[in-house]
Write a protein that binds this ligand. Sequence first.
Ligand SMILES: N[C@@H](CCC[C@H](N)C(=O)O)C(=O)O
Length: 302
Amino acid sequence: MRIPFTKMQGAGNDFVVLDETRGRLGLTPAQYRLLADRHFGVGADQILSVRAAPHAGVDFAYAIHNADGGEVENCGNGARCFARYVHERGLSPRPTLRVQAAAGVLELRLGSDGRVGVDMGAPVFELERIPFDAAGLQPRAQGGWQVWPLALPADLSPTPQQEQVELSVLSMGNPHALLRVASVAEAPVAQWGPWLENHPRFPRRVNVGFLQVLGRQQARLRVYERGVGETLACGTGACAAVVAGIRHGWFDEAVEVELPGGTLRIEWPLSRHGLAASVQLIGPAETVYEGVIDLPDLPERP
Ligand SMILES: N[C@@H](CCC[C@H](N)C(=O)O)C(=O)O
């Protein structure tokens, strides 16, 4: 099957974008994995599918597959690229779009400064909806919120004294765990990322953020993404980090988050609208190139 695609990136989080507005391509998880493969395919953190609106009230539907082939609920950097893609192809003349993702409806705005804003909806804190299994765990207060201690396996402990990590957990439509670290440059992302991603306390696995607080409006973040590994940026991860930091009392309601691939602005006007306030994500979204790939039939093994 010959498939036209567009390679895009937002703060270095990179995507293969597929036009499915005239019908589904019906790709298998193995074909998504091949598209994402940096050696044998195109290479991407996620594959984004632009689909026709499933109902009145939205302009399009948005499907997201991680590099491991699994379908996921939400992707913030991808949403910005989605808006840029639709605009560049003239698929909609409107500067503001409503898009149905598995996590809910996102509102996308093309800004006059070249950046794209996304209304990501409200964060979710109910443990069953993240989901996070806290059975038998005792949370500890940290600022205005709580953290959950998890025992650190001896072989992952940087010092014999460190026996646990403390996690803030929440969902931005997809699950996130955040650890506050003294320096992202020295954070054990490659060691703790896969351990926490697959920890049995997270039944749907989790995206793991390592957050360094630089000031009340400035942060650094590295994210080990579920189904991918460490990425150059994660939009929902940046939203989750700022939401957690605001609840703990570390941040004001607007924060510039520096990630390895670029800077994202996150706003959560909590003081005006409470916990149900929508999180705003603002950042770059660019087309890198367009291409066509011959995808072999790759049926999924039962
Ligand atoms: N890169 C994304 C998040 C993509 C999905 C994530 N890996 C998951 O499994 O939930 C972003 O920009 O939000």
